[in-house]
Design a binder for this molecule. Structure first.
Ligand code: NAD
Length: 270
C-alpha cells in the first residue's frame, strides 16, 4: 500500500522557476505521484506544470496526473482549479499551497518597500492561499475529511531583511492554525511547512541573477549558514515532509508548523 494511494491532491505552484536542480513544488508532485496520489498540477506557467507532469509520468509511475493553468492572483482561476479536480475525481483529499515569491517580486527592506511590490507579493503568497482554501473547504467539509498544507518559511521567525516575504510567511502560519482549529470538527487537518535554506532554483538561481553573483558563491554562502552538516536541504526534504503530513500517518497531527531547516530555528543566539 502506497502512502497516498488514490488520494486526490491539488498542488498549487507545481512547476518551478528557471535554474539548476529541483524546486519544492515539482519535488512534491513527484513524491506524491510515487506514493500513488492522483494529482492536479496547478501553475501560472502551463509549460512548467506540463513538464512536471511529464517527469512524473515517465520517471515516477504517475497514474493520474493533469496540468492546470491558474494564476493565484485571480480567485476565479483558483475556483476553476478546485472545481476541475472535484469534477474529475469526485473529491479532494489534499490541497498543497506551494507558491511563494520574495526577491523576484522586488521585496525590500522597511524603508525601500513600494506599494506595488508589497501588493504583488501579498497577493501571491497570502491572498492566493486564502482564496484557494476558501474554495476547497466546502468540498472537504462535505467529505468530512481533507488535508491543507501551506508552505511558509523559517524567515517568519528568523531575522530576515525584506518585509513583505516576512510578513506574508508569518501570516500564513497564523492563518493555517486558524484553519486547523476552525475545521477540526469537519475532520480537516491543516499544517504548515517551514523550509529553511533549500537548494532550489527559486532560492539560489534567482539570488545569483538578482545580485549578480556566481551560483557557486550563493550556494557556499547559504551552506555555511546551515547548522546540520553545513549543507542546504533539498527540495526532496520539503517534499518528504509534505508526504508525511498529507498521509494518514499524520492523522492526529493538525495545527503544527514543521521546520525543515537543518536546525536553523534552534540555532538562535540570545
Ligand atoms: N528554497 C528555499 O530556500 C525556500 C525557503 C523557504 C521557503 N520556501 C518556499 O518554498 C516555496 C517555493 O518553492 P519552489 O522551489 O517550488 O519555488 P518555484 O518558484 O520553483 O516554484 C513555484 C511555482 O509557482 C509558480 N507561480 C509563481 N507565481 C504564480 C502565480 N501567480 N500563480 C500560479 N503559480 C505561480 C511558478 O511558475 C513556479 O512554477 C515558496 O513558497 C517559498 O517561499 C523556499
Amino acid at each position: 500500500m502506497k502512502r497516498l494511494e488514490k488520494k486526490v491532491a491539488v498542488i498549487i505552484g507545481a512547476g518551478q522557476s528557471p535554474g539548476v536542480g529541483l524546486g519544492n513544488g515539482r519535488a512534491t508532485v513527484l513524491r506524491f505521484a510515487q506514493e500513488g496520489a492522483r494529482i492536479l498540477a496547478v501553475d501560472r506557467s502551463l509549460d512548467a506544470a506540463e513538464e512536471t507532469c511529464n517527469i512524473a509520468r515517465e520517471k515516477y509511475n504517475a497514474l493520474e496526473i493533469e496540468p492546470f493553468c491558474a494564476d493565484v492572483r485571480k480567485e476565479s482561476d483558483l475556483m476553476d482549479a478546485i472545481a476541475a479536480a472535484e469534477r474529475k475525481w469526485g473529491r479532494i483529499d489534499v490541497l498543497h499551497y506551494n507558491v511563494g515569491v520574495s526577491v523576484a517580486g522586488k521585496d525590500a527592506n522597511a524603508t525601500d518597500i513600494t506599494e506595488d511590490a508589497f501588493d504583488f507579493i501579498t497577493q501571491v503568497n497570502l491572498r492566493g492561499c486564502v482564496m484557494a482554501c476558501k474554495h476547497v473547504l466546502p468540498v472537504m467539509r462535505k467529505q468530512q475529511s481533507g488535508v491543507i498544507l501551506t508552505v511558509s518559511s523559517v524567515s517568519a521567525w528568523q531575522r530576515y531583511p525584506w518585509v513583505t516575504y516576512k510578513a506574508t510567511k508569518a501570516a500564513m502560519i497564523a492563518y493555517t492554525k486558524q484553519l486547523a482549529i476552525e475545521n477540526a470538527q469537519y475532520g480537516i487537518r491543516a499544517n504548515t511547512i517551514l523550509p529553511g535554506l533549500i537548494d532550489t532554483p527559486m532560492a539560489v538561481d534567482t539570488r545569483a541573477v538578482s545580485f549578480g553573483k556566481p551560483r557557486e558563491e550563493v550556494v557556499s554562502e547559504r551552506n555555511a549558514r546551515v547548522p546540520l552538516r553545513s549543507r542546504m536541504g533539498t527540495a526532496w526534504d520539503v517534499a518528504n515532509a509534505a508526504v508525511f503530513l498529507a498521509s494518514d500517518e499524520a492523522g492526529f497531527v493538525t495545527g503544527v508548523e514543521l521546520p525543515v531547516d537543518g536546525g536553523a530555528l534552534v540555532n538562535i543566539v540570545r
